[in-house]
Write a protein that binds this ligand. Structure first.
Ligand SMILES: [Zn+2]
Length: 314
């Protein structure tokens, strides 16, 4: 049976997780447990084959002063510039989630017939000199620069989080070969809300399909952040039907791209999602997105009927 390779290790979640506004540090474990209780679980293979990023790898996208502050917790204000409490356990979990993303994109590139997921978030607002918006390191940039320098691979990001992923654009001066690793056209964040959002996404997907047909991209990453849902604490863009329609559009396009160019790999990540009133709504959206990806890209049959509860806020 076709499978989704899910890269997960328990240590991705800090053992001493303090109360933070963002509960994203515990999301990998909660998402895995959610999938385990769902009909999608029979399509999932869990792999623990990845390692924490090293200091040298972090330096691909960040200044040494910031990297060393986060590694040591000193100065604390810089170590906590992401808006999250620092602890040695949290540091270790961040290094592992960043390593998870690099390993996922690498595994997909090695085996493009496989769909690979890093169940992670916390990258796309980080800057070379500091963290920002619950994001510590630019895992996307680190992975992209490494894959470009080692293999010449060029990536595209479909970032459907509710918030613009500034880390790629903010790192272009710091890491000039990022312009080749993720070209200026290749960092997609739809704008607008409701029908305007879907229309903009459609235009961006058409652009991506044209670029892929022209051989301008080797791998594609999708992060359908659940904070682009209108009931999210930090979101406003899409109703549930629109959010799922966006996922359907993405995976239909990627399936069409891969029918012509099967060597273009696809990697999934989670990114944002904030529902203190009903955290399961966030996990349910991610799971329904995963079901559509499985159906279109992993030959897992029609899972489009899979529904998880997305509860209206009180
Ligand atoms: Zn977000």
């Amino acid at each position: 049976m076709p499978k989704l390779t899910l890269l997960y290790r328990d240590e991705m979640v800090p053992a001493d997780e303090p109360a933070n506004y963002s509960t994203s540090p515990t999301k990998p474990r909660r998402f895995l447990e959610f999938l385990r209780q769902s009909p999608l679980w029979s399509h999932v293979n869990v792999s623990e084959d990845f390692a924490p990023l090293t200091r040298d790898q972090l330096l691909l996208a960040h200044e040494a002063r910031y990297v060393d502050a986060f590694m040591t917790g000193t100065p604390l204000a810089l170590a906590e510039s992401n808006g999250l409490r620092w602890s040695p356990a949290f540091r270790d979990s961040v290094l592992l989630t960043n390593g998870c993303l690099l390993a996922a994109i690498t595994a997909a590139a090695d085996h493009p017939e496989q769909l690979v997921m890093a169940p992670v978030s916390g990258f796309h607002h980080a800057r070379p000199s500091e963290g920002s918006g619950f994001c510590t390191f630019s895992g996307q940039v680190i992975a992209a620069v490494r894959l470009y320098r080692e293999r010449g691979l060029r990536g595209a990001w479909l970032d459907l989080d509710g918030h613009f992923g500034n880390s790629i654009e903010d790192t272009r001066r710091f890491a000039p070969d990022l312009n080749a690793a993720i070209a200026p056209w290749a960092n997609f964040n739809p704008s607008g809300s409701h029908q305007a959002y879907l229309s903009d996404l459609g235009d961006k997907l058409a652009d991506l399909a044209g670029r892929a047909a022209a051989g301008e991209v080797d791998y594609i990453c999708v992060a359908h952040g659940a904070d682009s849902h209108e009931w999210d604490q930090l979101g406003y863009q899409c109703s549930t039907d629109e959010w799922l329609q966006a996922a359907e559009m993405v995976y239909q396009t990627l399936a069409a791209i891969r029918r012509d160019r099967a060597q273009i790999s696809v990697t999934l990540a989670l990114f944002g999602g904030y529902r203190d009133d009903h955290p399961a709504s966030v996990l349910g959206l991610h799971a329904m997105d995963t079901a559509l990806a499985l159906g279109h890209l992993a030959g897992a049959g029609d899972l489009s009927g899979y529904r998880a509860e997305v509860r209206s806020p009180r």
